[in-house]
Write a protein that binds this ligand. Structure first.
Ligand SMILES: [Zn+2]
Ligand SMILES: [Zn+2]
Length: 323
């Protein structure tokens, strides 16, 4: 019998800097989830624990203290809807820093931890060599043109040029972006699983890897093509380790449907089948950044069906929200 998924524990509202729906209050989310017939709602705004040094400018104001303001509306949750306070924190693979301490994690019911925010260059994924080369050439030219400028200003000016701009200025460089992205996609997953803080957190509270292997920053029309180059063996190795550590794998409805609504031609679905075979258990989330986006959960049952999930394949703390 097919499962009916009634939880969504990956959601962002106005407390996340990337949420552009100004109507996305906690109260509006609770009402929408009740209207959709959900039984468990988890709020998981982006955040970086203020106890952990190294937050980028983007994360600096997305702290636990700020995120907790969103909890004030939890007391108004409609009857029949359980509410969990979670977070989507961050893993900076370039520096092997997890943006959540065990003390910070004590504020939450569960954590979502991504490894594939690959668009966060030099935090999650390093600049590729051709970009370093291009930036160095720009830096040299700036130094020749402005010999009186302080070194730090020249560095800052060279750093501001975006990757796409540099590739237009130096078209002959032609890096194999797909190969670099896929290598980073696997390496960041491996290094997250080896991070000592993750091991501690996984014993402390439910932890689910958010949108594993979904390469953020890659245009959606190219994602299936990129993902086909991720090997089954690499995926199996990562998922077997996650299963051994008791870490759950998220079935991110937003990420999966971004690759393709046709689940028979969707490499993420194939990768998550490997996760299932490796013994992983799953959580569901839409990754919605708007009130309307919560309705995407309607595709969760189809994902569960195509993967052949049973209740035992769901993370124990979410089995109450599956029927
Ligand atoms: Zn994410
Ligand atoms: Zn998210």
């Amino acid at each position: 019998m097919n499962l009916h998924i009634t939880h969504d524990i990956h959601t962002h509202n106005v407390f996340s800097a990337c949420c552009s729906d100004r109507a996305a209050s906690t109260k509006a989310y609770l009402e929408k989830e009740a209207a959709l017939g959900m039984t468990v709602f988890g709020l998981s705004n982006h955040l970086w624990d203020e106890r952990v040094p190294g937050a980028s400018y983007w994360y600096k104001n997305q702290t636990i203290l700020k995120a907790e303001e969103a909890k004030n509306a939890f007391r108004d949750a409609p009857a029949g809807l359980s509410v969990l306070f979670g977070a989507e924190t961050e893993y900076y693979a370039c520096k092997d820093i997890l943006g959540m301490s065990p003390e910070g994690a004590s504020h939450f019911d569960y954590l979502l931890i991504p490894h594939s925010h690959l668009h966060m260059r030099n935090e999650v994924m390093a600049d590729f060599p051709e970009i370093l080369e291009a930036r160095a050439a720009v830096r040299k030219k700036l130094a020749e043109t402005f010999p009186d400028f302080p070194e730090k200003n020249l560095d800052a000016m060279a750093a501001t040029l975006k990757e796409a701009d540099l590739l237009k200025i130096f078209p002959d460089l032609a890096p194999d972006i797909k190969a670099y992205t896929n290598a980073a996609n696997v390496d960041t997953f491996r290094s997250l699983l080896a991070n000592p803080t993750l091991e501690v957190l996984a014993k402390q509270l439910p932890v689910s890897i958010a949108h594993s292997f979904s390469p953020c920053g890659v245009p959606h029309a190219m994602k299936n093509d990129y993902l086909r180059a991720i090997s089954d063996d690499d995926a199996r190795e990562c998922y077997e380790k996650a299963a051994t550590m008791g870490i759950y794998i998220e079935l991110n409805v937003g990420a999966i449907t971004e690759v393709s609504f046709d689940f028979s031609d969707n490499r993420l679905i194939e990768l998550y089948r490997i996760a299932k075979d490796a013994g992983c258990r799953f959580t569901f989330g839409t990754d919605s950044h708007s009130v309307d986006g919560l309705a995407l959960i309607s595709h969760a049952d189809g994902i569960a069906a195509v993967l052949g999930l049973t209740k035992d394949d769901i993370a124990p703390f979410m089995q109450c929200a599956v029927c």
